[in-house]
Write a protein that binds this ligand. Structure first.
Ligand code: SAM
Length: 231
């Protein structure tokens, strides 16, 4: 197992850093800021008026994207079925050091929940059983799957939205390939959206090669561009 350290990012939220790879789970310019920009504004927001959507996250990691998705939809009319794949789950000790509930509240003052409530959501997410759908609340069903992205048997024609949040191609080039994108493409419904922080030319071409319609979008602070891709 690679060593993992918790480090601060510029928006006050923390992230996990892997010294051996010089790679972090989120942008050093702001973990929460990046998550909102890439996965909410360029993902969930396209589907706000749909009654029920299924989301696939490639790299559940710290659960930050799942937490924000839950906070953004809790108490509304939309039902979320959230599947997160992760091979190396974060430990209880790491979870206790992640300050997402307080940082989220500080980042987005429109969130109607208090910090202890957000902390409760987060704990429910992170302690949910693996490998089965768990109803975290009436709006949010979660299935955490401990598996390798490359070996997982993706269900066909299932997901409306894909959060692709793997480590960068610099450290894990095998995850940004036509081979994996083809499997994900098949698991997406028609009109589904794939969103990722990466804007690399090779990633864009591999997404196009499997049949997705790719669009460059402005990236979060610290990054000029990112990609979304539609089926
Ligand atoms: C960029 S981080 C994820 C960030 C995550 N979305 C979050 O908000 O914390 C990438 C994640 O992919 C996981 N991972 C790396 N290689 C994997 C593989 N081959 N199969 C499954 N998970 C993998 C890592 O353990 C890490 O949690």
């Amino acid at each position: 197992m690679l060593e993992r350290k918790i480090i601060p990012t510029e928006d006050g939220s923390v992230t996990i850093f892997i010294p051996e790879w010089n790679e972090s789970y989120h942008s050093k310019h702001g973990a929460i800021q990046e998550a909102y920009h890439v996965f909410i504004q360029n993902g969930l927001d396209f589907f706000r008026d749909k009654n029920e959507i299924s989301i696939l996250e490639i790299g559940l990691g710290t659960g930050l994207n799942a937490l924000i998705t839950m906070v953004e939809t809790f108490g509304g009319n939309q039902k979320i079925n959230y599947t997160g794949i992760e091979k190396y789950p974060v430990s209880k000790e790491e979870i206790s050091l992640l300050n997402f509930p307080a940082s989220l509240k500080e980042f987005n003052s429109k969130i109607k929940f208090e910090i202890p409530e957000i902390l409760q959501f987060y704990n429910e997410l992170m302690t949910a059983e693996w490998d089965d759908f768990v109803e975290i609340n009436p709006n949010f069903k979660l299935k955490k799957i401990q598996a390798d992205f490359l070996d997982f048997d993706y269900p066909e024609n299932k997901f409306d939205l894909v959060y692709f949040d793997a480590f960068g191609a610099r450290v894990q080039p095998e995850l940004w390939t036509e081979e994996l994108f083809e499997k994900i493409y098949k698991s997406m419904k028609t009109n589904a959206v794939f969103t990722t922080y990466s804007a690399k030319g090779s990633v864009r071409r591999a997404l196009q090669a499997v049949g997705l319609k790719v669009e460059k979008r402005p990236g979060p602070p610290g990054k000029r561009e990112m990609l979304i891709a539609k089926k």
